[in-house]
Design a protein around this ligand. Structure first.
Ligand SMILES: *[C@@H]1O[C@H](CO)[C@@H](O)[C@H](O)[C@H]1NC(C)=O
Ligand SMILES: *[C@@H]1O[C@H](CO)[C@@H](O)[C@H](O)[C@H]1NC(C)=O
Ligand SMILES: *[C@@H]1O[C@H](CO)[C@@H](O)[C@H](O)[C@H]1NC(C)=O
Ligand SMILES: *[C@@H]1O[C@H](CO)[C@@H](O)[C@H](O)[C@H]1NC(C)=O
Ligand SMILES: *[C@@H]1O[C@H](CO)[C@@H](O)[C@H](O)[C@H]1NC(C)=O
Ligand SMILES: *[C@@H]1O[C@H](CO)[C@@H](O)[C@H](O)[C@H]1NC(C)=O
Ligand SMILES: *[C@@H]1O[C@H](CO)[C@@H](O)[C@H](O)[C@H]1NC(C)=O
Ligand SMILES: *[C@@H]1O[C@H](CO)[C@@H](O)[C@H](O)[C@H]1NC(C)=O
Ligand SMILES: *[C@@H]1O[C@H](CO)[C@@H](O)[C@H](O)[C@H]1NC(C)=O
Ligand SMILES: *[C@@H]1O[C@H](CO)[C@@H](O)[C@H](O)[C@H]1NC(C)=O
Ligand SMILES: [Cu+2]
Length: 558
């Protein structure tokens, strides 16, 4: 035992030395932001309905990480859940030189076991609005999520001005346990878990409880945990609202009654500003919008969020845009909006296409790519159970490598019968280091007739240029001519719309092994993702902390 502890201590200091020497002098001189987190389950009533939720230091959403560009963030994470492992991903942080701290269980690290402490140490090399969340099982659904906000370096001006900064994180909430959901998704042939019960704005929602739920004490509408979020504003001031979504399933529309929003940032990139009444936001996306508090300040206004892309059965999520601090609990006099038509895909596509790089911050993409990977997105069966696949391969820890393409000529993306079965695969694509890769995401029918779903794809370790979107089957002769090489935005998450295609380009310049996956947690759980490997020979010595667990392992470490 003593030996084991000593062994651990030595390894810990080696790790510390390694970190010290692997970070350049300039970043050591920048600040270090230290966070001490304890992850455990606690009873929570986010929408008045009491259930177990996964918390960080007792909170869900967890504490916001604040840092300045160039800072080192250290998160000392202790797993105090008694029967569950955990791993946390820093969504949008590229992890240059620290690919092992990406937090993707099974890809970049072994999970953190109950009782263990793991230090995540990484540099935030770019300002912007980012997220963090669990990357193990269905733990986003269980409640482990929050913001990372990285401010610009001293002396740098962003291409927009505002008086105050605020943040809003969106979530969908299920009352059933994630164990029940996972069991049904894995082992029941015809059991989809359905739509969420509530939409949460900054962790707060309101469920319309039944009398028996009230009587049994499981639901209490006067619990302060589920009082709506009030964003208190000063008249005539401009607010930068950072909006992020970590929904498990739902694509959302977000709006503020009688107030337009100017979109200025997306996933850390500055956007050529445009005005909108409602913001569409998919899981894994972040935006900054500017909102001026310029309406009649003798009343309050609804902040609302609604499900889009899937036929909704979840009530509107509500918060309050509050002009008068003395009216703290005053609700608006109007009925909240139910948002845009859920199936108006064209207006969602229009908004995606309106998101261009700010003219002063365009980074030109490489003019040609070295490789094109076409990924057909389908829903299939494997051994009778539903899965999601890319090119007929569903991600598991199998040894089968995946293909770069599929039978493009003959595949009918509208036909349900073509995608009955898939096979599992490790889905690892080996990419030449620093080569340029195009990915064409091609959507298709699900296992239901005349039905195709939206999938927001998220890439770890990189941003990519979004070259274009289109509907129907991608045509490599005509559609490549419509690519935007003038001012494409660089993002880490991009939607693929029903029966459509999305084209993106990235440079594989970050040595490591990185996930690229649908950010709908249930879809990823059902295999919708692939893995890129590039330049692993440049990664260097891996810290021992990422490699498994157990006393035997400790004893045989060098
Ligand atoms: C994590 O970092 C803290 C503070 O730097 C240190 O005290 C602790 O020993 C580290 N724990 C592990 C498991 O590396
Ligand atoms: C899981 O399946 C069981 C049995 O079909 C059903 O009663 C239950 O509601 C399902 N749970 C969820 C979360 O879908
Ligand atoms: C809540 O549910 C009850 C029935 O259980 C219904 O009468 C009532 O209109 C609902 N309230 C809201 C705000 O939807
Ligand atoms: C509901 O919550 C309020 C506020 O916490 C509390 O005063 C009240 O006793 C609770 N009601 C029930 C039935 O538990
Ligand atoms: C929002 O923008 C639209 C279109 O530019 C405009 O017609 C409308 O008056 C604006 N609304 C407010 C409240 O500023
Ligand atoms: C603002 O609203 C109040 C209350 O509805 C109303 O009395 C007042 O006339 C309004 N002011 C303006 C400028 O519209
Ligand atoms: C959109 O959905 C509604 C039902 O919610 C339906 O009536 C309408 O026909 C649908 N529109 C399209 C274009 O599919
Ligand atoms: C997918 O894989 C299964 C199992 O190998 C095979 O039967 C099926 O034809 C494949 N489908 C496509 C579209 O390639
Ligand atoms: C990757 O390629 C680009 C363009 O050729 C070059 O500017 C850059 O230095 C290369 N990066 C690395 C890490 O080799
Ligand atoms: C469903 O899709 C089939 C095949 O593409 C098409 O022939 C049919 O008209 C569609 N049905 C409806 C109701 O849209
Ligand atoms: Cu998906």
């Amino acid at each position: 035992m003593v030996e084991t502890l000593q062994c651990r201590r030595i390894l810990t200091s080696l790790l510390a030395l390694y970190i010290l020497f692997s970070i350049n002098v300039q970043t050591v001189m920048a600040g270090t932001q230290f966070y001490d987190w304890e992850v455990r389950y606690a009873y929570k009533s986010p929408d008045c309905y009491k259930k177990l939720g996964m918390t960080i230091n007792g909170e869900s959403p967890g504490p916001t990480i604040y840092a300045q560009q160039g800072d080192t963030v250290v998160v000392k994470l202790t797993n105090s859940m008694t029967t569950e492992n955990v791993a946390v991903h820093w969504h949008g942080i590229r992890q240059h030189e620290t690919p092992w701290y990406d937090g993707t269980e099974g890809v970049t690290q072994c999970a953190i076991m109950p009782g263990d402490t793991f230090n995540y140490t990484f540099v935030v090399d770019r300002s912007g609005t980012y997220l963090y969340h669990a990357h193990y099982g269905l733990q986003i659904t269980a409640g482990l999520y929050g913001f990372i906000i990285v401010s610009v370096p001293n002396g740098f001006s962003e291409p927009f001005v505002y008086d105050y900064d605020g943040s809003i994180i969106l979530k969908d909430l299920y009352h059933s346990s994630t164990y029940e959901q996972a069991t049904n998704l894995s082992f029941k042939a015809n059991s989809w878990i359905g739509e969420p019960q509530s939409l949460l704005i900054n962790g707060r929602g309101r469920f319309n409880c039944s009398a028996s739920e009230v009587n049994s004490g499981v639901c209490n509408a006067t619990n302060p945990e589920c009082s709506p979020y009030f964003l208190t504003v000063v008249p005539e001031k401009t607010y930068r609202l950072r909006i992020g979504s970590l929904t498990s399933l739902s694509a959302l529309s977000f709006e503020i009654e009688d107030h337009n929003m100017t979109v200025v940032e997306a996933d850390g990139s500055f956007v050529e500003p445009f005005v909108t009444k409602n913001l569409y936001i998919n899981s894994g996306e972040t935006y900054s919008v500017l909102v001026k508090a310029d309406q009649n300040s003798s009343r309050n206004y609804w902040i609302t969020t609604n499900v889009v892309s899937r036929e909704p059965s979840t009530p509107t999520g509500l918060a309050i845009f509050n002009y008068n601090p003395n009216y703290h609990y005053k609700f608006p006099p109007t009925e909240p909006t139910t948002g845009p038509l859920w199936n108006d895909t064209d207006s969602q596509l229009d908004q995606s296409q309106a998101i261009k790089a700010h003219h002063d911050f365009v980074q030109a993409p490489p003019p040609i790519s070295d490789r094109v990977i076409v990924l057909l997105n389908t829903q299939n069966l494997i051994n009778g159970y539903p899965h999601w696949s890319a090119n007929n391969r569903s991600l598991t820890f199998d040894q089968n490598p995946p293909p770069d393409t599929y039978d493009i000529e003959n595949y009918d993306i509208y036909d349900v019968s073509e995608n009955k079965n898939a096979i599992s695969s490790n889905a690892i694509y080996r990419i030449g280091f620093n080569t340029t890769v195009d990915i064409i995401l091609q959507n298709a029918n699900t296992m239901k007739a005349n039905h195709s779903e939206t999938h927001p794809w998220h890439m770890h370790g990189h941003e990519f240029w979004i070259l274009g979107y289109g509907s129907g089957k991608f045509d490599k002769v005509h559609d490549t001519k419509s690519y935007n090489f003038i001012n494409p935005i660089m993002r880490n998450t991009v939607p693929l719309y029903p029966y459509g295609w999305t084209a993106l380009r990235f440079r594989a310049d970050n040595p490591g092994v990185w996930l690229f996956h649908c950010h709908i947690e249930f879809h990823f759980y059902m295999g919708m993702g692939i893995v890129f490997e590039a330049g692993v020979e440049k990664v260097g010595t891996l810290p021992t902390s990422i490699m498994g667990c157990g006393k035997t392992k400790d004893m045989i470490r060098p």
